[in-house]
Every structure is written in structure tokens, then in C-alpha cells.
Ligand binder design. Structure first.
Ligand code: AMP
Ligand code: ZN
Length: 117
């Protein structure tokens, strides 16, 4: 069923507490934790507790939670002292998505204006 935990999903396992993560924020429907392989001094992932394959699928099924995800990304940026940062939603393997549980990357702490990616 849409939104149900998937046994083969690493982010569902983090939500369940079955594998560890460095959690920085929790909200009613989201979790924010540090990326295992940071691409910038601040690299945080914000995910919904519920399993949806990508951000658009989350927004279509649960628009309020998609909004909560963005608000939490902004709050995490504030906590990190960032005024300038980038939010990225990779969608599909061809765009670099490797974990098929909706997530937004929060990247900041270094110069990010040199190109689109
Ligand atoms: P994406 O390529 O957009 O699907 O992003 C997935 C991100 O999840 C990558 O940046 C990985 O480094 C990160 N990642 C994968 N497994 C873990 C984990 N167990 N804890 C934290 N970050 C992870
Ligand atoms: Zn999942």
C-alpha cells in the first residue's frame, strides 16, 4: 500500500531505528539526518516517515507532508546557521537517485553558485 514501510528500503530502516543515523531534527511526519557521504560541509537529508518513491509521489499523495518536509529543511538550514543553501530532489536513477524513498538534500557551507549541479 502507498506509504507503507518497505523491507528493502534503507530509509524505512532508519525511520524504524533498525539502522543508525545522525538525526538532527524530528517532526511529526519527517526525520532529518546527516548524509553518510557528505558532498558539502552541511549535507542533511530530510525524509518523510512514510515510504514514497520520490518527492513528486509524496506531494501527490500527501501534500501537507511534502510541505512539512520543506519547512523542516528550512529549519535544519537555520539550525546549521545557513542563509544560503541548496535543496535537491533527485528523481530517477538517470538523475542520480539511489535511494527510492522520497528525500530532499540540504547542501550548504560552501560556494554553491558556480553551476546548476
Ligand atoms: P540520492 O542519490 O538522491 O538517492 O541520495 C541518497 C543519499 O543517501 C546519498 O547521498 C547517500 O550518501 C545517502 N545515504 C545512503 N545510505 C545512507 C545511510 N544509511 N545514512 C545516511 N545517508 C545515507
Ligand atoms: Zn522507504
Amino acid at each position: 500500500m502507498a506509504g507503507e514501510p518497505q523491507s528493502d528500503c534503507v530509509f524505512c530502516k532508519i525511520v524504524a531505528g533498525d539502522i543508525p543515523a545522525t538525526v538532527v531534527r524530528k517532526s511529526e511526519h519527517t526525520l532529518a539526518f546527516r548524509d553518510l557521504h557528505p558532498q558539502a560541509p552541511t549535507h542533511i537529508l530530510v525524509i518523510p516517515h512514510a515510504h514514497y518513491p520520490n518527492a513528486a509521489a509524496l506531494a501527490a499523495a500527501e501534500p501537507a507532508i511534502a510541505g512539512e518536509l520543506l519547512a523542516e529543511a528550512g529549519a535544519a538550514a537555520r539550525e546549521e546557521g545557513l542563509t544560503d543553501y541548496r535543496l535537491i530532489f533527485n528523481t530517477g536513477a538517470g538523475a542520480g537517485q539511489t535511494v527510492f524513498h522520497a528525500h530532499v538534500h540540504l547542501l550548504g557551507g560552501k560556494t554553491l553558485h558556480e553551476g546548476l549541479v
